[in-house]
Design a binder for this molecule. Structure first.
Ligand code: GUN
Length: 452
């Protein structure tokens, strides 16, 4: 019989998603974590060995007890972050996407040629994301591999699981001269170099860092680089990330230049697989969704960013009903906030406006779409289970066999009497800020806070 050695036991109340619209809140649990950083067992107070397990943990100095007003939640998964854009969080969001990219974003990203600048920003960003409860992030880097490796080092330093892409953008018509890959060939070759460099760097890291094939989006790339990147993804069996049908302008670009939809162009080059995560998708039509479903492609829903650049609202409930994978992304800095709590809130708010509509001059029955709005529970599912499924990770739930990626959250508001588990959960989702996130664990390792 193999005996699993337990190295940590967290004692307290837990809240985890069961499915898209159900949560499981449990009072007084023991979450036993093994030496590999997996949850070995979740023991309920009613189980016969609860006391003996707790006593053993106390003796071995392994017990971490939450305060009565603290709750253990799964860590969040940010499915879409542009790491280099962190210095611009909240800047120039009144501009349309193409103007924002050309005037603010590409000039900032060009600065990451300077490795010391990259180190400074990435260290700060990763710490901020972990501080907000994000245990895994899917990152766009820049075209510069030394800077991208700094991002990986920051993830390793702060114990965050990173999925990191060297951005490929080689189309001279849509990218500035000082910030583009020199050719399709070099875009692909540099991506392959990054795959090898990151694989080597990650070998001895406690938390794995994974390279991601990253064509920025159809307008930034030439057909040659898209083709080469599709082949690389197949050769190394890697995740892929890009943007798809984010705005009227982007959606129109593929139609005008390829006479195809955005998704059809990406699919033609082998970039839509069950390891693909496509950001935004506010303008995906039914045929795009059918392709996503059949290929197993996930959508990174970025609700704050979409208010500025999306030109529409992603009908999340429709995607979930059709079994299209959906997770949640901050899209820094198209989204101004590093918090997935804020993004859950915006996802709920946007979905309500999508249902009811916004034009008071119309009759109520003509004003909205009547697409089912989403709830806080749905949003919590996206930020945990949805992200985990999209990245094929065994995480996002507090359950035996799952990675111990966890956040300890203090109830953010005072309580003035008996509250149901649902009410406690909703108050956390709607009010928690960085200061309320007391500890964060990634694969069982402490990534934020102190152990009392
Ligand atoms: N929101 C967003 N959309 C993009 N499309 C191409 N690049 C970007 C980017 O940096 N942010």
């Amino acid at each position: 019989m193999i005996i699993i050695a337990i190295v940590k036991v967290l004692e307290g109340s837990t809240i985890t998603s069961v499915d898209e619209s159900t949560i499981d809140c449990r009072h007084h649990q023991l979450v036993c974590i093994d030496g590999e950083g997996y949850i070995d067992r979740v023991v309920d107070e009613s189980e016969p060995d609860f006391s003996s397990i707790k006593d053993e943990a106390v003796k071995a100095d392994q017990l971490i007890s939450l305060n009565p007003d603290e709750y253990l939640l799964p860590g969040f998964i940010d499915l879409h972050v542009h790491a280099p854009q962190w210095p611009n969080a909240g800047v120039a969001l009144d501009r349309p996407l193409n103007e924002w990219l050309d005037t603010y974003t590409f000039p900032l990203e060009a600065k990451y040629q300077d490795v010391s600048f990259a180190k400074l920003v990435y260290d700060n960003l990763v710490e901020e994301l972990v501080g907000n409860g994000t245990t895994t992030a899917l990152y766009f880097g820049t075209i510069h591999n030394p800077a991208n490796l700094e991002l990986a080092k920051a993830c390793i330093k702060h114990n965050q699981r990173g999925f990191i892409g060297k951005v490929a953008m080689d189309n001279p018509a849509q990218t500035p001269a000082n910030y583009r890959d020199a050719s399709a060939k070099s875009a692909v070759a540099d991506t392959e170099t990054f795959i090898k460099q990151l694989t080597k760097l990650s070998q001895n890291a406690a938390i794995k860092q994974t390279p991601v094939i990253t064509p920025r989006f159809v307008p930034s790339c030439t057909p040659e680089s898209l083709k080469g990147l599709g082949e690389l993804a197949k050769k190394y069996d890697l995740p892929i990330q890009s943007h798809c049908s984010e705005s009227d302008w982007e959606n129109g670009y593929a139609l005008e230049n390829y006479h195809k939809r955005d998704s059809e162009v990406l699919d033609q080059y082998g970039l839509l697989t069950d390891k693909s995560v496509m950001a935004h998708g506010t303008l995906l039509n039914q045929s795009d969704l059918d392709t996503f479903k059949s290929r197993g492609v996930a959508v990174a829903h970025c609700p704050i960013s979409n208010v500025y650049f999306g030109n529409a609202v992603l009908p999340v409930s429709k995607l979930l009903q059709q079994n299209v994978k959906v997770g949640l992304g901050t899209d820094i800095s198209g989204g101004y906030s590093p918090s997935l709590y804020q993004n859950i809130r915006q996802a709920v708010i946007s979905s309500r406006m999508l249902k009811d509509g916004v034009n008071a001059a119309l009759d109520p029955n003509q004003r909205g779409t009547q697409i089912q709005p989403i709830s806080a529970k749905n949003g919590f599912y996206l930020a945990t289970v949805g992200g985990a499924k999209s990245l094929h990770l065994k995480t996002g739930q507090i359950k035996a066999g799952y990675l111990a990626d966890l956040q300890v959250v203090k109830s953010p508001l005072a309580s003035f009497g008996e509250e149901s588990a649902d009410q406690i959960f909703e108050k956390i989702i709607y009010h928690a800020s960085k200061a309320d996130i007391r500890q964060v664990f990634v694969q069982g390792r402490l990534a934020k806070g102190r152990i009392k």
